[in-house]
Design a protein around this ligand. Sequence first.
Ligand SMILES: Cc1cc2nc3c(=O)[nH]c(=O)nc-3n(C[C@H](O)[C@H](O)[C@H](O)COP(=O)(O)OP(=O)(O)OC[C@H]3O[C@@H](n4cnc5c(N)ncnc54)[C@H](O)[C@@H]3O)c2cc1C
Length: 196
Amino acid sequence: MGSVQTLDLEQLRARLSETAEIVTKDDSPPELYQKSIARWSESSVRKGSIIIFPATVEDVCVAVEYSAASGLEVAVVGGRHSTSGSSSSEGGIHIDLAKMRAVTVDPTNKTVTAQGGCRWEDVDTALANHQLATVGGTVNDTGIGGLTLGGGYGHLMGQYGLRQKLCSPTGAYKSALSLKTRISSGRSEELVLVLE
Ligand SMILES: Cc1cc2nc3c(=O)[nH]c(=O)nc-3n(C[C@H](O)[C@H](O)[C@H](O)COP(=O)(O)OP(=O)(O)OC[C@H]3O[C@@H](n4cnc5c(N)ncnc54)[C@H](O)[C@@H]3O)c2cc1C
C-alpha cells in the first residue's frame, strides 16, 4: 500500500496533458483546495489527499493507473450533487471530471455524446440548439454521471421513462477497455479484475 508521500506527483504531472490539473492540501492559495473538494452538500465534503482534474480520456487512464498504484481510496467526481459522500474520499484521491464537459450532437440520428464531467446544463443547451431534448433531471446543474447512475427522473419521464433506459455506455466501455489493455501489460492485475 502506498502513501501520498511516496508517490511522485511530478511524475504524474509529466504524464498528464497540459490542461489537466492537480491540487493538493499544500497548494496556495488554500481556497484552491477548498474549492476543489467542495460539494453541493457540506456533509459530503471529504478531505482528499490529491485532487486530479483530467482533461482527456488519456488523462483519466493515467489518473486511474496512478490511483491503483497508490493503494489509496479513489472517488470519481461528476457534478458534485450526491448527498451520500460517494464522490469524495477522506485522504484518498479524487478524480474530478469537471474539465471534461464536451457535448456532441448528431441531429440526423438524434443521438448525443457527452463527456463524463458534463452537467445537464451542457447537454440540454447543446440539444436545444437542434430543437432536441433528452430525459435528464429537473435541475440543470446536477451531473449527468451521478444522475444517470443513481437517479434518473426528469421532466420527460412520464413520456419516455427513466434516464438510464436511454443511456448507452459504449464510451465508458471504450475507455475501460483501452485502460484494461494497458494495465494488462503488467501494471495492475487487480484493476483488470475490477474492469472485467
Ligand atoms: C439540487 C438537486 C437536484 C436534484 N434533482 C434531481 C432530479 O431532478 N432527478 C434525479 O434523478 N436526481 C436528482 N438529484 C439527485 C442526483 O441525481 C444525485 O445526487 C446524483 O448522484 C448527482 O450526480 P452528480 O454527478 O452531480 O454527483 P457526484 O457527487 O459528482 O457523483 C455521484 C456518484 O456518481 C459517480 N459519478 C459521477 N459522475 C461519474 C462518471 N462520469 N463516471 C463514473 N462515476 C460517476 C460518483 O463517483 C458518485 O458515486 C438532485 C440532487 C440535488 C442535490
